[in-house]
Design a protein around this ligand. Structure first.
Ligand SMILES: [Zn+2]
Length: 85
């Protein structure tokens, strides 16, 4: 049996992909989301995704900042609604 501390695992992951997230699958297995996409052979781009405050969909952190915490879709909806009143 191998037992590893969560902190040890998280530190190791964070050292290569700082914007990782973790979750568990149905069996309780640790699942690591790197938030990276392959942009060339064996080369990965950190997507720096942040969830939309409204709908939770993961969006580029720059857009999240520009759209005041919302994805473009929610932002458009929000401002359409505001404009209509
Ligand atoms: Zn949204």
């Amino acid at each position: 049996m191998i037992v590893v501390s969560g902190r040890e695992i998280r530190d190791a992951i964070a050292s290569v992909c700082p914007n990782y997230t973790v979750s568990e699958d149905a069996d309780g297995q640790l699942v690591i989301h790197t938030n990276m996409r392959e942009i060339a052979d064996d080369t990965y781009l950190d997507l720096q995704m942040t969830p939309c405050d409204e709908c939770g969909v993961r969006i580029d952190s720059d857009i999240h900042k520009e759209e005041l915490g919302m994805c473009v879709e929610c932002s458009n909806k929000y401002f359409d609604h505001e404009g209509g009143e």
